[in-house]
Design a protein. Structure first.
Length: 309
């Protein structure tokens, strides 16, 4: 049977979340599901394979990070289109499932992809899984030229259909994105130098440089628990957000503007974040900010931080 769509999710000590996601994915002809067990402390790969014999499980003995785990999945996949989805997401919440005119759940994204050969990535609407499911993502605004600040469109708003019009967007959201295999072959695999956070922004830049467009299409909705692996306000998250925004600037901002951006991050953003955590008596967070900057300057990847959490 020809595989049209490969669904890839990365599992790191997240068995319950991963099972909850798989339970909401319909078994459909032409679709394969690949779970990458990314260095979990116990062998969750065997449990997943036994519980869901119809999926493919790839086991890594070490944590390769978000990009590294997904890249393992890409190498094991066969689909023309690849859908990357966080394991802390759901396709259905309280009976709300993405169904469009009886089509399979991912068909609207495939249709959007096939509507124009220049489209290389399509992202669905993201809503949080709690309360009234407020919007997390309906596309991104562009990054500002010096500060590299931007916003997810619709973030925190109740969904009244105000973002139900598909449109191009400069960046994909790593929690749920469908990517054309041809685009990956031209742009390269997901950049592994980030380990966690910012890799989808960098990849979006690479994909657009390969002359592909990125689209948001709300015909499909994914529900996100968010940051179940790293924690929404953990030192681990703070470390990688701090380190990787410097790394993103170095890789993607051309000189001489790059030096302005790095100076802004070092002289304004870093002291602000450091003082904020000190005033809140969040010592571990403050140390994570310092370590993130120091490891960027020293060129360290910082994987030991992940292994120690």
């Amino acid at each position: 049977m020809k595989i049209v769509l490969s669904i890839i999710t990365v599992n790191f000590n997240g068995l319950d979340d991963t099972c909850a996601l798989i339970d909401t994915i319909p078994q459909t002809d032409g679709v394969e599901v690949i779970v990458v067990d990314n260095g979990s402390h116990t062998d969750e790969a065997t449990i997943l394979q036994q519980r869901y014999p119809w999926i493919t499980v790839v086991r890594s003995s070490v944590n390769l990070g978000f990009a590294g785990g997904n890249n393992l999945g890409i190498k094991a996949s066969h689909g023309k289109y690849i859908f990357f989805i966080n394991n802390d997401t759901l396709l259905e919440v309280r009976g709300e499932r993405c169904e469009v005119r009886g089509l399979p759940v991912f068909q609207p994204l495939i249709d959007r992809m096939e509507s124009n050969p220049s489209i290389g990535v399509v992202c669905p609407k993201l809503r949080f899984s709690w309360d009234n499911h407020p919007i997390q993502y309906a596309g991104y605004t562009p990054l500002s030229s010096i500060t590299l600040r931007n916003q997810p469109i619709g973030f925190g708003e109740d969904d009244h259909g105000q973002y139900n019009t598909p449109h191009p967007t400069p960046y994909a959201h790593g929690a749920a994105m469908m990517v054309k295999r041809d685009a990956i072959e031209k742009a390269g695999l997901m950049p592994e130098c980030y380990f966690l956070y910012y890799e989808e922004l960098d990849w979006s830049v690479r994909i657009r440089q390969a002359n592909y467009d990125i689209w948001y299409d709300p015909a499909c909705t994914i529900y996100h628990k968010e940051s179940r692996t790293t924690g929404q306000n953990s030192p681990l998250r703070t470390y990688y957000i701090t380190r990787n925004r410097f790394l993103f600037a170095r890789r993607n901002v051309e000189a001489p503007k790059r030096y302005l951006t790095l100076s802004y991050l070092l002289l304004l953003v870093t002291p602000r974040d450091l003082l904020k955590n000190i005033f809140k008596h969040q010592t571990k967070q403050a140390k994570a900010v310092v370590k993130g900057v120091a490891d960027f300057i020293k060129g360290r990847r910082g994987q030991l931080v992940v292994n120690s959490e």
